[in-house]
Ligand binder design. Structure first.
Ligand code: SF4
Ligand code: SF4
Length: 195
């Protein structure tokens, strides 16, 4: 857990622009279920998710943000909040369910924590990184914040699933699997959720 005082102001700035939100297969499964899709392939067909090869030449799924001046995550929604002497515009996540785990991508849940997994060494390290420079929720705490190992308990299974994904992807990359094979094997599968 974070030892500090991260207070997201819901400005929505980290959910727009050229942010890259990468997903793992568990994220894809939960997101497909959110829409009632029987197969994760539909997320690609509907252009909610795209494949990105920017990281180490590995095909990775990420959310497709709209482009241009107002480009943003497909799940960002705005709301006006009364402030007493006026109002302000909030940037909220449609996938954020309040206190419950819900279907928000793991990387979004963890921010401003991030985890680095070293499969060869069998280790994982945790760090603190504001989701974007100048994040008002991290204001003044960057220097003193300690990111201790771990994340909220309700994310344990999702963190395990992501590590297993890293393992599979790394094995496939090491044996020279094609991009098509990786996409077909890891990112396109039936979901077990009810419509
Ligand atoms: S930029 Fe920071 S304060 Fe704004 S929505 Fe993202 S995490 Fe919250
Ligand atoms: S999924 Fe939610 S938290 Fe993540 S980038 Fe999109 S709107 Fe922001």
């Amino acid at each position: 857990m974070i030892d500090g005082s991260f207070n997201c102001t819901c400005c929505g700035e980290c959910c727009r622009g050229d942010m890259h939100v990468f997903l793992n297969p568990d994220d894809l499964r939960l997101m497909a279920c959110f829409f009632g899709y029987g197969n994760t392939k539909k997320l690609f067909e509907q252009s909610i998710v795209i494949i990105d090869n920017e990281r180490n030449n590995a095909p990775l799924p990420r959310l497709r943000f709209s482009t241009g001046e107002t480009g943003c995550c497909p799940f960002l929604e705005n709301r006006l909040e009364e402030t007493g002497d006026g109002h302000r515009l909030l940037g909220l996540c449609r996938l954020h369910p309040g206190a419950k785990p819900g279907v928000k991508p793991l990387v979004c849940w963890l921010a401003p924590l991030h985890r680095t997994v070293d499969l060869a060494e069998g280790t994982e390290t945790w760090g603190f990184k504001p989701p974007l420079p100048g994040c008002p929720g991290c204001d003044g705490i960057e220097g003193g914040l300690k990111a201790a190992a771990g994340a909220p308990d309700f994310l344990t299974e999702r963190l395990k699933a992501e590590k297993e994904f890293f393992r599979k992807l790394s094995t496939m990359l090491a044996r020279g699997a094609s991009q098509d094979e990786i996409i077909r094997t890891l990112y396109c599968f039936d979901t077990d959720c009810k419509k």
